[in-house]
Design a protein. Sequence first.
Lengths: 257, 427
Amino acid sequence: MTAELLEFALWYMFPAAIFIFIAGATYRLLRYVFLFRRGAYVHRKTSAGHKVSGLIWTFLRSSIFSARWNVPEVVGGLIALHVLGLILLVFLLAHHVAYLSYLFPPYSILWPLALPLNPVSSYLAYTTPQGVVTEVESIWGPLTIVLNGDVLTTIALIGIVYKMVEKVYHKLRGAPHVRWGDLTIWPLLFTIVITGLLAAHHVFPSIETYRFILGLHIASAALFLALMPFTKLFHFVWNFWYGKLHEWYDLVVKRGA
Amino acid sequence: MTVAIRIPVLTAPELHYLEACIGCAACAASCPYFYVSEEYSPVDKAEAARRILRTKYTFAGRILGPLVGAKRPSEKDLDRLLDIAYRCTGCGSCYETCTVGIYSGGLVFRLREMLTSVNRAPALLQKLSEMETSGGYYEALKEKWQKLVEETGRLGVKVGAKTEVLLMVTGADLLVGFETVVNALKVLKHLGVDVAIPERPLGIRPPAGYLIGDTSSVKKILEDIVGYIEKISPKTVILLDGSYVYKYLRFEASAILGKKPGFEVKHIVELLYDYAKAGVLKLGKVEEKVTWHDPCYLSRWGGVKKEPRALLASAAEFVEAPKKYGEVACTGGGGGVAMLHGKQFELYNSIARVDPSQQGEFLKKLSADFEKAISRRINELKATGAKTVITACWDCIYSINTGAQLSGVELRAVHIVDFIAKALGIS
């Protein structure tokens, strides 16, 4: 039964999640295409330098503003959860690079940036099912003291716990912008990260339990991926980039602000 | 029992505003009304609009309704929604401080539109919007207009003639800034500008429909104004009001009307800057410490920032106010809020003539909140040590003067044209 979950998650759930993700993302993006209306605009003429500096400021301003007025959100939400926690972990942890390279071979180009699980060495070794040991030297060198799976997972967990507490706190205070979906997505993310940590460290000695925990990790990640286009999680893929670039066009390019 | 609210057709960016909020509330501290009450943070005000919009624009909202935050309002919700909708000035500060580029104010103004569709708009603004499109304000402003025409005769300014520059005079200019209009004409004549005024006031404060989300009224008055100006065919149209009037005439009109107008639109501060840069406008030094207050619609929404600063730095001891809440700190009076307060209400109501007791509770609470909101900006301006605040929007001038009076702070807000006229010794 436990082994079945791993097999099911690996070979059925994850590919299905990728399909749902692509279909959902296409649907989301098409809505923007269909609502697009070409307008007649009288732009303010500004220099290229103004537009470039405006672009940089568009991306930086909100973070700088938040750093002054909402330090916990910047530390917990932006730095711990997004930058250090999820982005580096999801895309560069050696285990993930191996799996994603299997699904999408060109991804293996990122092997030199792969992060080891622990801080002992930047020299990565992993074993394929055929028993071949492959070794990769990542570029991080002494930085692996910080840039490793254990440290980044701990930081990500701190970020997730912060967001869970923050959402519950605001929900209890009756803030309208916190909806029930917000309260369910964070436990899901927590499950993904904690099962990943437990599996990577083989915390439970029996092979069945290990396979179950790993299966749970992949299954919950697949669920997360499938939900992404239909929830606010899509901000990472689309909304952040679209929103900021549109803001830049609207305020800087069009109006010259 | 839900009310038959009309849900607007959203644009692609508005779809983004609807569905992309991650609830980080980074925008909260940027809003002048957040300091009145946390319930007025942009993220929560926009959520009130999102709840309604989700019932049409999201699958989950259509199927699961309130479970996913999608609900059409009932009659008993409307008073509360009206309060929320009019605690926003459209300043755009939440836009710049949003981590994913959402303009929450845009959704709040859509909420105004939805409320107007069920006859829930401040009576004064509703009446102004109606009068503007029907032309019913010409008669009400006749006396003031006649007085202005007499002044133009004295100054040698043409009326309704083809000139290089047309000074667009609105009803608000006449009601709130009559002296400023006269000073503007004096300054332009002093500079040798070939200037005229139209044959009638162009709108009350066009497009007044924007304030209540009446999109058909907005289009109609813009068609009227642009059509009239194109007939006179000046090269440049100059505005005195750096409020949403500037934003709409300069940037939005072409998109709404679907064609670029045959004239350029400038705020008078841009024209004066051009003349100063060309060496035509030479200002005498006024022995005064002054600061500049950026009207949101002129600076954030209009890109006019360096021009007033350059003019003031050349004419007086110029000091910048601390920017504690983003690039532009809103007074809390824009987007029609200050028009519903005290003396300004009386001025606009002198032509609209609505019963002030109508929506009395709503107006009383709004006025109290506006008075709290403005105190924040007054503290920033006070920190400059300047006694004179120069700005370029009727709402900003009124808000600062009202706030200073309420706070007992020695500050006086004046329009930049009045200051320039003084610096030239011609006011």
